[in-house]
Design a protein. Sequence first.
Length: 238
Amino acid sequence: MNPMFSRRMVLDLEAIVQDKAQKVCKRMQSAIDTGEPCDLHHAFRSVSIDVISDFAFNRSYNLLDSDDLGARFFELTGGVGPAMWVFQQFPFLRELSLSIPAWLAPHLSKPLGKVIELQQECVRQVEDVKESMASGKLSERPTIFSTLLSPDNKPEGYRIPPTEHLKDEAYSVIMAAADTTGNAMTVAAYHVMKDPTIYKRLCHELQSKFPSSDNLPFLELEKLPYLVSAVYTGVGHR
């Protein structure tokens, strides 16, 4: 999977990231126009999930298009942590939980029900990729799971993993994206807006470089000294 997260591959995905960023900007502008608050807490997390699901399965979850900005989905992923802690301390419960019918799980334990629900969603996603590949309808752009399901350009002896194994990979990819990027953006946004000095300096740098553009290319953004030093490496450096 490493090549799928190379710098070149990430740059190839920029159009997807820009599309999700524009959706957040539109939601924010709409809230400003109506004088209502905007739920950036879930919006930033939804950016991450919408990008990784598009990259993984060629089918974005489109949480940014939902009314709740993905709040229910993150309630789902939020139930995973407590369940994992229990499984770590009592490994036999994991095997027991996997034998429980999916419909029964949420009645026995809400966190367990959310784990099972997310796993079922991952199985559906993997099966969708398989069907698209079999029917020749897969897009030309490689995805994480079309790559794992293809024997091309693989080391000798590579075996295409079964759905059960790929389900675990999908689960890991989605969970890794659920909070990491969203948390980083939330903390950065909070500190930028809390401190007028940081806010004004950052806005000045961005507006000077992009006076009339809604699209901010990553290769240009990473050349901005204050953005890189103050935001990327730790908000608060004045």
